[in-house]
Design a protein around this ligand. Structure first.
Ligand SMILES: *Cc1c(COP(=O)(O)O)cnc(C)c1O
Length: 371
């Protein structure tokens, strides 16, 4: 019990980030300005195929503004997975439109493309897949289905900075792709988000909505919000962006070590990586095959309390069943994933000893019959 807790996630903030914030503070200009503009350019070049990219104050804001810019509103339906963070569906619901929840693929935990067509109605306008845990959804197939039905695609890439599908970066397939910069994500700006847009016209619409509908001050063209990013946050994000490639490589190396260590442990299914996918391991999520939610929760408690290994359940309740939506739907794979998933630490600060401890702890708890 004297061992140190291995945290489930650990944002890395260093001297360079502190110096960057200090530089902005000393400039006396802290709201949206040149740091945000530079961050947008750098982020787009590094992660979004140089698409016109708009920085906002959170991933959720970005997703919301993207939806408003696409004209989403009451009467419209957007197809989303239910096994995700609530923001995916909230961004649709807060416009007055209706999220239509479909099931996922048990291997990748991403939306099941074969479930999409059955959910399309005359009200459907778009599809919003999620690149969950950093594994790309089958976005080319989804885009093909959308194209055939005259629908748009918006990507929730909140957890997938730098992930690729068949060599192309996620967030660059749809009308827009949203990236989150929340502290536990693969990179952070404190809070923040990026909206990578397919064309300049959509980017301009998002920029207007971000800033009260103004491009020229006090010449408001549309009714908008204040969802601006500050230069303080952008300065942090710019430093983090320079580290992302190294951190992602470390996450992938950590995942490979966990894959190797966990192979052969009965009842534990390591993350599946689809052919054509480059996984960035925002989470390293195992499945306790056949477990009930109570058994999975006991497994998690044993890892934390007996072995001091942090872990998390993302997400214990499918979004459609949350009180905010309160729907009774038949999504068996979603329900199963919600019972069986458990995310182990994979963040870049793990040491070799940490990785060994994680593997040994999972093996011990699995052998102890907690699951
Ligand atoms: C984090 C996250 C969001 C929201 O991003 P914020 O920056 O926290 O607003 C949306 N979707 C998913 C899948 C997320 O993980």
């Amino acid at each position: 019990m004297s061992e140190q807790m291995i945290p489930a996630a650990r944002p890395i903030i260093g001297d360079e980030e502190r110096e960057a914030v200090d530089r902005v503070l000393r400039s006396g200009m802290v709201a949206q300005g040149p740091e945000v503009a530079a961050f947008e350019e750098e982020f787009a070049a590094e992660l979004a195929g140089s698409r016109p990219t708009v920085a906002v104050n959170s991933g959720t804001s970005g997703q919301h503004l993207g939806m408003v810019a696409l004209g989403l509103g009451p009467g419209d339906e957007v197809i989303v997975p239910s096994f995700t963070f609530a923001a995916t569906a909230n961004s649709v619901a807060v416009t007055g439109a209706t999220p239509v929840f479909v099931d996922i693929d048990l291997d990748t935990f991403c939306i099941d493309p074969s479930a999409i067509e059955g959910a399309i109605t005359e009200r459907t306008v778009g599809i919003q897949p999620v690149h969950l845990y950093g594994h790309p959804a089958e976005i080319d197939t989804i885009a093909e289905i959308a194209g055939r039905h005259g629908l748009w695609v918006a990507e929730d890439a909140a957890q997938a900075h730098g992930a690729t599908w068949k060599g192309r970066q996620v967030g660059t397939f749809g009308r827009f792709g949203m990236f989150s910069l929340y502290p536990t994500k693969n990179m952070t700006s404190g809070e923040g988000g990026m909206v990578a847009c397919e064309d300049e016209e959509l980017a301009r619409a998002v920029r207007l909505l971000r800033n009260q509908g103004m491009e020229v001050q006090y010449a408001n063209e549309v009714a908008g919000f204040n969802n601006r990013m500050t230069d303080l946050h952008a300065a942090i994000g710019r430093v983090q962006l320079t580290r992302l490639v190294g951190w992602t490589a470390q996450r992938r190396a950590n995942a490979a070590a966990l894959d190797e260590g966990l192979a052969g442990i009965a009842g534990v299914v390591a993350p599946v990586v689809r052919e054509g996918a480059e996984h960035v391991y925002h989470q390293y999520t195992i499945r306790l095959d056949g477990a009930s939610a109570a058994e999975r929760d006991a497994f998690a408690a044993a890892l934390r309390e007996e072995h001091r290994v942090g872990c998390g359940v993302y997400y214990p309740t499918p979004v459609h069943r949350l009180p905010s939506f309160g729907l009774d739907l038949d999504l068996p794979v979603t329900e199963r994933a919600a019972r069986e998933v458990l995310s182990l630490p994979v963040h870049p600060s793990l040491t070799e000893n940490d990785l060994e401890r994680i593997v040994a702890a999972v093996a011990a708890v699995a052998a102890g019959g907690a699951a």
